[in-house]
Design a protein around this ligand. Structure first.
Ligand code: TYD
Ligand code: MG
Length: 454
């Protein structure tokens, strides 16, 4: 049998090469390339396997094997992000910074799913069972019918799971798992990939759902790069700012529901509490209208959410002015500054610009463009926007304002929270605006003139 070609894989970025080198050519990491056993070949070196897969007409499948119903755990913020509950045989990855609250969330989830009638096994590779029990006690969950195991050897875990056949297995975390047939340290790309692959296969084969915890690296990737994300059905990120108690669970990929859905939680002394009205929470710290503060009516997933953008513009002591952003895209900010400068003649050179989304939410909608421009102008001109006003709309490079989706839902939410005026692009179809006063703008220059008299 012909010897299979060796395969070298970078443990940092997952790049595959045919020869070893001291430095990965793809990511530049030193000493990260390691040999991996190639995928076993078919009989006598042929690539065909012995067993032939069976195929079925799609129509047969849909008639006979209707998908089993989802299970909701009644933590609504979690159920919604999962797409309406947990789907049997699904593999879910929950990523987040260390210490953000993943273990807390999953322990509460485990208890909730167990109380909803699922058989749940919680496998902790990070904490001793006494630690997990202590945490459960603190969360008031010590009586929940959850089976607990502390184990890192993947083979033992699969044996345990095969024996218990739980409806839901939670593995905390994928970086601590260790497959004995892979020759590298736990947490390396090959270990993470092998463990995620085995656990996902287990889910598909047995119908158990598997939820894996993954730590995020400095550069914001789930360690063991994107390899795990491709394998699983659903990828959720648990985000939040360190100084804030708010936590946001966001679905970035979901084969069984809408992506970009968010669930909002608050970290309390007794664990994570659901936040059913995030807009009220994100606006709770807002005082009187002040220069630089603008309320944006946004949409996160299927839900309207109101957030406050805060800007500070000040003369810079440096030759290169600062551009600092928290919760919004830095290059999008540069674009808006450029449009304000070249289309409206309002320069920001020689001025430091700081932009912040209050409450720790990360906004990615281009619909926030107009709110960002409004906050920047309001800070620069030292003029507050009229009170009880929300702003939304996309800005194009020409300085024109583009209508955005779901205007009606945005306006409804604003009205519910006591706002009376909205500034938005002309041409959108707001449908019924209720009692809101609408200020429709065609382009950024009109907006600047009307609102700031500049
Ligand atoms: P943890 O779930 O261990 O984070 P992760 O698994 O993502 O690393 O959460 C750790 C933080 O949460 C820790 O700083 C303490 C805080 N916490 C609370 O504030 N209240 C609680 O009830 C619990 C259990 C944790
Ligand atoms: Mg943890």
């Amino acid at each position: 049998m012909a010897k299979a070609a060796a395969r070298f894989v970078c443990q940092s970025c997952g790049a595959v090469t045919s020869k070893w080198s001291g430095r990965c050519e793809a990511c530049g990491e030193w000493n990260s390339v390691a040999e991996e056993a190639p995928l076993s070949q078919g009989p006598s070196g042929k690539t065909l396997g012995q067993s032939r897969g069976r195929t079925l007409p799609l129509s047969d499948l849909s008639a006979k094997e209707a998908p089993p119903p989802r299970t909701a755990c009644r933590i609504d913020e979690l159920d919604r992000v999962l797409g309406g509950g947990l789907v049997p045989a699904s593999a879910v990855l929950v990523g987040g910074d260390p210490g953000i609250g993943k273990s807390t969330l999953l322990l509460q989830g485990a208890a909730a799913f167990a109380r909803a009638g699922l058989k749940v096994v919680y496998i902790s590779g990070e904490e001793a069972s006494a630690q997990v029990r202590l945490r459960a006690q603190r969360l008031g969950l010590q009586d929940a019918p959850v089976q607990l195991a502390t184990e890192t050897n993947l083979r033992n875990i699969l044996t345990t799971l095969d024996e218990h056949r739980p409806d839901l297995a939670i593995v905390d975390s994928i970086q601590t798992m260790w497959a004995d047939n892979v020759d590298s340290a736990p947490g390396s790309v090959s270990q993470v990939r092998a463990s995620a692959h085995e656990l996902t296969t287990f889910a598909k084969r047995t119908g158990s759902s598997v939820v894996m915890v993954g730590h995020v690296t400095k550069d914001g990737q789930i360690a063991g790069p994107r390899v795990v994300e491709h394998m699983v059905d659903t990828v959720l990120y648990f985000e939040g700012e360190r100084g804030h108690q708010f936590r946001i669970l966001r679905s970035v990929k979901n084969r069984f529901g809408p992506a970009d859905e968010i669930g909002v939680f608050e970290m309390t002394g007794g664990g994570l509490a659901e936040v059913t009205n995030p807009s009220a929470l994100f606006l709770s710290e807002r005082g009187e209208p002040s220069p630089g503060s603008v309320v944006f009516a946004g949409i996160e997933g299927t839900r309207p959410v109101l957030v406050e953008f805060q800007a500070l513009v000040a003369p810079t002591p440096h030759s290169q002015p600062r551009r600092s952003v928290v919760g919004w895209d830095g290059s999008r900010l540069a674009m808006i500054l450029a449009v304000l400068e070249s289309r409206c003649g309002i320069p920001f050179s020689g001025l430091d610009v700081y932009l912040n989304v209050a409450g720790g939410l990360r906004v990615s909608e281009p619909a926030a463009d107009l709110a960002v421009a409004a906050a920047l102008l309001s800070a620069r001109e030292d003029v507050s926007l009229p009170p009880e006003t929300v702003v939304f709309g996309e800005i194009s490079l020409s300085g024109a304002l583009r209508p955005v989706s779901q205007s009606e839902n945005r306006l409804k939410e604003a009205q519910k929270l006591g706002f009376s005026t909205a500034i938005l692009p002309k041409g959108g179809k707001p449908g019924s605006a209720g009692d809101m006063t609408l200020s429709l703008m065609g382009d950024l220059t009109t907006f600047v003139g009307d609102v700031f008299g500049a």
